[in-house]
Ligand binder design. Structure first.
Ligand SMILES: Nc1nc2c(ncn2[C@@H]2O[C@H](COP(=O)(O)OP(=O)(O)OP(=O)(O)O)[C@@H](O)[C@H]2O)c(=O)[nH]1
Ligand SMILES: [Mg+2]
Length: 386
């Protein structure tokens, strides 16, 4: 799973990456701080089945913290896009190529209105309307995709004609690295001409779903901007990446007890000076109490579980012992698309399991067929011939 953080300059993309992963990245209050993409591992968090099954788990490909399973996801934070990036403005949009493999995107939007679309500072008397950034960003991604299609379409059409292969199939193969397949192309081409820009927009929506993080929600003016945008766009969530970073770092240093997504923190007695206490108290009053949380973990979870419709499932080698062959209990969690079947899971875990697939077993030791659709949080044994 790869998630991309995109947005205009200075919106807080790198801050959000650092808050989500504690990776060492550069953050600064000026545009184009990030030039080369930053890549790090963060987590989506869900209830671990160890709680309801009342067992002690030994996670191998993930971790369990107080009954919550942390499932690793890769995150890529790229340079800021400006209007006209596809014509080479700012840092251009070549770096979007790094996002080809991204399953979904977070548009980190500076909701404060204090940065314009070029990354320049604005004042509270002359604020920028952050809603404009949504059009800019989506438009630039569309231009990027449009450019890739334009570059390939004529060759694809000629090849399709010569070999009597449907053009949708060939273009699907060409764009498979972008997470686009023949079915996506067919659906989009039934609504729009393949050479049109609209076609690129339709494909972008299918292949790179976006969630908007209305960031810097802690700043004056941000709430009003957020309310305005929320009504017009699906999947907009308020965030304070800066606050999440402060809380995660304080927890890392043992100053507070705080888990990503929490609505409050507990201070460790005698661990902080007055300045630190004051800063964290400010976050408590200004962000946690007002918004319920910093929103960063909520954005990641929402993107993966709601927008992209992935579910966690837990394959085990023995359903009686709930463990792998070495005795690790609930060792692995896999993120699979809703609608994934038992046999498709087997293929994901190991190709030989799919080749020698017999069936599955659920917690009640009921036999599950190849086409059985997996459910959120399923613990399953895959049976295959040895
Ligand atoms: N108040 C507030 N400031 C924030 C928040 N998130 C980020 N910032 C500040 O915004 C500025 C830009 O943050 P970066 O993370 O470097 O932004 P970026 O989007 O990666 O910027 P570029 O790489 O230049 O495109 C820094 O001064 C951050 O401290 C937030 O939630 N609230
Ligand atoms: Mg950056």
């Amino acid at each position: 799973m790869l998630l991309g953080f995109v947005g205009l300059p200075n919106s807080g993309k790198s801050t959000m990456l650092k808050a989500a992963t504690l990776a060492d990245v550069q953050i600064a209050n000026y545009p184009f701080t990030t030039i080369d993409p930053n890549r790090a591992v963060g987590y989506v968090i869900t209830d671990c089945p160890c709680k309801t099954l009342n067992v002690q788990c030994n996670p191998q490909n993930s971790k369990c913290v107080d009954g919550k399973r942390w499932i690793p996801v890769e995150i890529l934070d790229v340079a800021g896009l400006v209007p006209g990036a596809h014509e080479g403005k700012g840092l251009g949009n070549k770096f979007l190529d790094d996002l080809r493999q991204a399953d979904g995107l977070v548009h980190v939007l500076d909701a404060s209105g204090l940065t314009d679309s070029e990354g320049k500072q604005r004042s509270a008397d002359d604020p920028w309307d952050p809603e404009k950034n949504i059009e800019v960003l989506e438009g630039e991604i569309d231009e990027w995709l449009f450019g890739i299609i334009q570059k390939n379409i004529e060759k694809v059409e000629t090849l399709a004609r010569m070999n009597k292969i449907p053009v949708e199939r060939l273009l699907g193969e060409k764009l498979s690295g972008l997470g686009i397949d023949e079915d996506d192309i067919k659906r989009a081409s039934s609504r729009s001409d393949m050479k049109s820009r609209e076609f690129a927009t339709i494909l972008r929506k299918e292949s790179k779903p976006i969630i908007i993080a209305a960031n810097k929600i802690d700043m004056a003016g941000a709430q009003a901007n957020f309310e305005k945008i929320k009504g017009k766009y699906e999947h907009v969530m308020p965030t304070s990446a800066d606050s999440e970073l402060a809380l995660r770092e304080a927890a890392e240093h043992g100053l507070i007890e705080y888990q990503p997504g929490d609505s409050d923190f507990r201070t460790v007695p005698d661990s902080m000076n007055d300045k630190q206490k004051h800063a964290l108290e400010f976050i408590r009053e200004n962000v946690l109490k007002k918004q319920g949380n910093t929103g960063v973990q909520q954005v990641l979870n929402n993107l993966v579980f709601d927008k992209l419709q992935y579910i966690p499932v837990y394959p085990v080698a023995s359903i009686s012992r709930l463990s792998d062959s070495k005795g690790n209990v609930l060792p692995d969690v896999h993120l699979v698309k809703k609608g994934t079947t038992m046999k498709e899971l087997a293929a994901k875990v190991h190709s030989t399991m799919a080749d020698k697939f017999i069936g599955g077993l659920d917690l009640d030791k009921r036999k599950l067929g190849a086409d059985h659709e997996l459910k959120n949080g399923d613990v399953l044994e895959i049976i295959f011939s040895k």
